[in-house]
Design a protein around this ligand. Structure first.
Ligand code: FCB
Length: 483
């Protein structure tokens, strides 16, 4: 028996949902068409100077015009589901005014095209493109934005048919903390107190969205997607373990506790009380709204992190770690942590550590500590330095290896009794990777940004085998040995 036959292909449960994911601003382009108004990402990409190469989403993958071609790619890929997001500024461009029919029409065509191809739509209501007019009056630091979101949620629930599962938010952590506290994402604010109040208003908006869904479409399932982390302490010393627990509070417990236990973790409320308004924005009744039961939870996972206490750089180096550059913003030190990494460990082009054991660990923790509702991996994937070969093909064995390891971790989690129902690769297409612009490619389809041409990469063909057979094939030993 050769090494490549050590284990048989491993099967996923019948009905396991296979998909890929995208988001409106990252792929659509057509930013000024059919009544769309600017979002905070239009403003940020054009004016902040913080996006690599000054890239913007003005054209992106031109999906708004090429969506039929992209739907055909999905059909060829054999996925059973497609996760995409709806652009709020296309639907309620004037926020308080009437719904924009031309914006709704685009998503109606997209949803109909999915149904024609037997693909389940999994739309997200909010993937970071807040209408700029709402940011002008405080954005997510303003409680009123949560009510404006509820209006928008009601509009899409009422007007878009044929959806069995809705997701309210994608990664509210990223909106609140990268957007309002650390300044890396739109709207680019650097204010810890704003990060905390945005956290609460995003969660409140989610809860209002769930209530709207129950009232308007009691038959549909509703959930949200979080980017939870597996955070490991760099040493066993108390100071590093405490720091790791604080980082865990900000990334995991501050979301999971209110959603599944109805309250914020006391240590986080305490920590952010030093940064007004912090969690003083919470009002009576909010926690009941936020903890309205949901039907499923989406989890985005890219890699685990290792944490130590602030000021422990010397100890970190002595323990053999690399220490990242000091954050430019003092804001980041509100948690009193530093991020460290192990030299020589494989990383992606984002410099994110590759370690699929973190995914299995995370899924088991959610089950053990919080909830047994169905879980979906709504994003998992990797950026690598892909290129077109002389024969015109794009070969991405590293991505295949990464995806294989994470699907293996999903099988492990299933063995551990995790209620995992589906998996979505980020992303169908190379696209606008936020602060990194077009400099990072996550797609299983290559985009030629000059011509819009799409070239399925080898990972696309590999994934097609998985969706067809519902099992993870053994990778060739050559590929395993190299990556
Ligand atoms: C996630 C985002 C997604 C994409 C991936 C790489 O945080 O939800 O839009 O940018 O990271």
């Amino acid at each position: 028996m050769t090494a490549s036959h050590i284990s048989a292909p491993r099967r996923f449960p019948d009905g396991f949902m296979w998909g890929t994911a995208t988001a409106a601003y990252q792929i659509e382009g057509a930013v000024a068409e059919d009544g769309r108004t600017p979002s905070i990402w239009d403003t940020f990409s054009h004016h902040s100077g913080r996006v690599t190469n000054g890239d913007t989403g003005d054209i992106a993958c031109d999906h708004y015009h090429r969506y039929e071609e992209d739907l055909d790619l999905l059909a060829e890929l054999g996925v059973s589901a497609y996760r995409f997001s709806i652009a709020w500024p296309r639907i309620r461009p004037d926020v308080t005014g009437l719904a924009n029919e031309r914006g709704l029409d685009f998503y109606k065509r997209l949803i109909a095209g999915l149904h024609d191809r037997n693909i389940t739509p999994l739309p997200t209501m909010y993937h970071w493109d807040l209408p700029q007019s709402l940011e002008d009056v405080g954005g997510w630091t303003n409680r009123d934005t949560a009510y404006r979101f509820a209006d928008y949620a009601a509009t899409v629930l009422e007007r878009l048919d044929g959806i069995g599962k809705w997701t309210t938010f994608n990664e509210p952590w990223t909106s609140a903390w990268l957007g309002y506290a650390y300044g890396h994402h739109a709207p680019g604010r650097e204010d810890i107190g704003a990060g905390a109040s945005a956290t609460h208003h995003l969660l409140l908006a989610h809860g209002l969205g769930v209530e709207a869904s129950r009232a308007i479409r009691p038959e549909v399932e509703i959930g949200l997607t979080l980017n939870l982390g597996t955070l490991r302490s760099g040493t066993n010393e108390q100071v590093d373990r405490d720091a790791t627990w604080r980082a865990d509070g900000n990334q995991n417990r501050i979301w999971l506790d209110p959603l599944f236990r109805g309250s914020y973790p006391a240590d986080m409320v305490d920590l952010y009380s030093a940064y007004p308004p912090g969690f003083s924005v919470v009002q009576d009744g909010d926690m009941a709204t936020i903890s309205s039961p949901i039907d499923f939870l989406g989890v985005n996972f890219y890699g685990p992190g290792t944490v130590m206490g602030e000021g422990r750089e010397r100890e970190a180096r002595m323990a053999g770690y690399n220490v990242g550059p000091r954050p430019e913003s003092d804001a980041i030190n509100s948690l009193g942590t530093i991020g460290v990494s192990t030299p020589g460990r494989p990383v992606t082009a984002m410099d994110w550590e590759i370690d699929a054991s973190g995914l299995r660990e995370l899924l088991v923790r959610i089950k053990d500590e919080y909830t047994d509702i169905p879980l979906y991996i709504t994003e998992n994937g990797a950026a690598f330095a892909d290129y077109i070969g002389t024969d015109g093909a794009v070969r991405d064995p590293q991505r295949i290896r990464y995806l294989d390891q994470h699907l293996d971790a999903c099988l492990g989690a299933l063995e551990d009794g995790v209620n995992l129902k589906g998996y979505f690769i980020w992303s169908l297409l190379d696209n606008f990777e936020w602060g990194f612009g077009y400099s990072r490619r996550f797609g299983i389809v290559w985009i030629d940004y000059d011509t819009g041409r799409r070239i399925p990469k080898s990972s696309f063909h590999w994934y097609r085998g998985i969706t067809a057979n519902n099992e993870l094939p053994e990778l060739s030993t050559a590929l395993q040995a190299r990556y």
